[in-house]
Design a binder for this molecule. Structure first.
Ligand SMILES: CCCCCCCC/C=C\CCCCCCCC(=O)NCC(=O)O
Ligand SMILES: [Zn+2]
Ligand SMILES: [Zn+2]
Length: 474
């Protein structure tokens, strides 16, 4: 039972309080640290939910950079990896428990001020929102993890289960020097992890068409990826004597064929089918009947989904034309035209299948593909059954903090290469375009909730018992 003070009725609270009393006392006695100043909004068997004090709120908004307790704690070993990435090892008291790891990234994709209500690197606030590139992706998680731990240390916390925090500096360009070096460092130390949590899905409020209430999704797998450069070369010349077909024309035609001939809709051939079936009751009529009977309505549902960019991303391998370069002067025929195409591979397809389909679609030897980043097939599905400690602990922490049901496994459409993928954010449909887009922003309540989530998750991980899932009285 998860209850927020002030949300449930007094009667329900009293009943729950009495029913949970024995458990509460037992949990309190078993805790190895004190949380004296917490105002507890009690959550059954889970850890108490943090309510920030006024001065903490000030500290959070004004000076998020400073984490004095974290950096001075004898329980924390800190090191710089790959020159700019950060690795923290937080020592727990019980070495029989496998450590877990929280990862986030410090780097961001570029942004120019055009179209933004406030400059993208200002961090300025307007009407309760903090604007800035990285506010959603992924600085809120960097801050949430560090500040959550800082507030725990402030309360005298000593973890039972050890954990690592990895903060990468080059995730948006593949993580070759940050995440990869962190992995190498841990491998040389023979570190085995219980679970690993990174960014990915969120609490989706109205994002999935036809749903009755917010739904939290934990990514348990993700799409694969191919990033290719397509180049057309030939000698330059005077624009007064143009060739019948220019490099720009040849490349543009090839790109247009790629865009006009998308990869097939594979809805139901990957784990996304099971996700929708599991969530069937969350949809309004008649979608609920359709989701529960995908063997019959699958083709129709797949056509509904592909109408929006986010739904389309779930049902097929997507083809995104992201960079185009050609030409240096208005009266010079360019020597080279070059474009970049980014494919996100549906779990039912592979890198080889997509490359083959692309060649068939382009069908032009003058367009030369090359790449400087590795390709990835969609990874295997991370365990998420009732016995899986990591998944169930993340799930329980989501329910504790967001007071939402359901929490379900999903296929992340972005790449994070982690085991579980969840951002402690409530995302509405209008927010989707803010990721890597304009007016990226986070509400003040939003950043507070991120801190609460990690505060909760770190404490909930301090056991060897797979958590019981709470059921909300909604
Ligand atoms: C019926 C449709 C449901 C789909 C819901 C999609 C909701 C997705 C929410 C946010 C999208 C953000 C993209 C994910 C970002 C992943 C991190 C990232 O940028 N990694 C690098 C990369 O993928 O290039
Ligand atoms: Zn990111
Ligand atoms: Zn990103």
């Amino acid at each position: 039972m998860a209850i927020s003070m002030g949300k449930g009725s007094v009667g329900v609270l009293t009943g729950v309080f009495i029913a949970s009393l024995a458990v509460v006392v037992a949990v309190l006695l078993l805790r190895t640290y004190n949380l004296p100043e917490l105002k507890v909004a009690w959550k059954g068997k889970g850890a108490p939910r943090i309510e920030l004090e006024e001065d903490e709120r000030e500290q959070l908004y004004e000076a998020l950079k400073a984490f004095p307790r974290l950096f001075n704690s004898s329980l924390v070993e800190y090191e710089l990896v790959g020159e700019y990435s950060h690795l923290f090892n937080v020592q727990g008291s019980d070495n029989s428990l496998l450590p877990y790891m929280l990862i986030a990234h410090l780097d961001v994709v570029p942004a120019t001020p055009e179209g933004w209500d406030l400059p993208p690197f200002s961090g300025e606030e307007k009407e309760g929102y903090i604007y800035g590139r990285g506010s959603l992706d992924d600085k809120n998680r960097v801050i949430g993890i560090l500040q959550g731990l800082e507030f725990l240390f402030k309360r005298g916390y000593k973890p039972r289960r050890s954990f690592y925090i990895g903060l990468g500096h080059d995730e948006e360009i593949g993580g070759r020097h940050g995440a990869k070096e962190i992995v190498k460092t841990l491998e040389t130390r023979n570190v085995k992890l219980e679970f690993l949590l990174d960014e990915g899905f969120e609490v989706l409020d109205g994002v999935i068409y036809g749903t009755k209430r917010p739904i939290a999704l934990i990514g348990v797998t993700e799409k694969g990826t191919i990033t290719l450069n397509l180049t057309v070369h030939s000698p330059p010349g005077h624009s007064s004597m143009p060739p019948r077909e220019s490099r720009i024309g040849i490349l543009s035609a090839a790109l247009s064929r790629l865009e006009q001939n998308p990869m097939p809709n594979r809805f139901g051939k990957g784990p996304e089918g099971a996700m929708f079936e599991q969530l069937a009751d969350e949809f309004y009529f008649p979608l609920n009947i359709m989701m529960a009977n995908l063997w019959l309505f699958g083709p129709l549902v797949s056509r509904i989904l592909q109408r929006t960019p986010s739904g389309n991303a779930l049902v097929r391998t997507t083809t995104a034309l992201t960079i185009f370069n050609a030409g240096i002067k208005s009266n010079v025929i360019p020597q080279t035209a070059r474009a970049t195409v980014n494919f996100r591979i549906h779990p039912a397809e592979t890198v080889n299948e997509v490359l083959k389909a692309m060649n068939t679609t382009i069908m032009d030897d003058r367009v030369i593909p090359s790449s400087d980043v590795p390709f990835f097939d969609p990874p295997s599905i991370s365990p998420h059954d009732e016995e899986t400690f990591g998944y169930q602990t993340v799930k329980r922490s989501i329910t504790d903090v967001f007071l939402v049901e359901p929490v379900a496994p999903g296929v992340s459409i972005g790449n994070t290469a982690s085991i579980y993928k969840f951002r402690a954010l409530v995302i509405k449909d209008e927010d989707l375009s803010r990721f890597h887009g304009i007016n990226e922003r986070i509400s003040k309540e939003g950043i507070e909730t991120v801190v609460q989530f990690y505060f909760q998750l770190i404490q909930n991980s301090d056991t060897d018992i797979v958590p019981v899932q709470s059921h909300l009285e909604l």
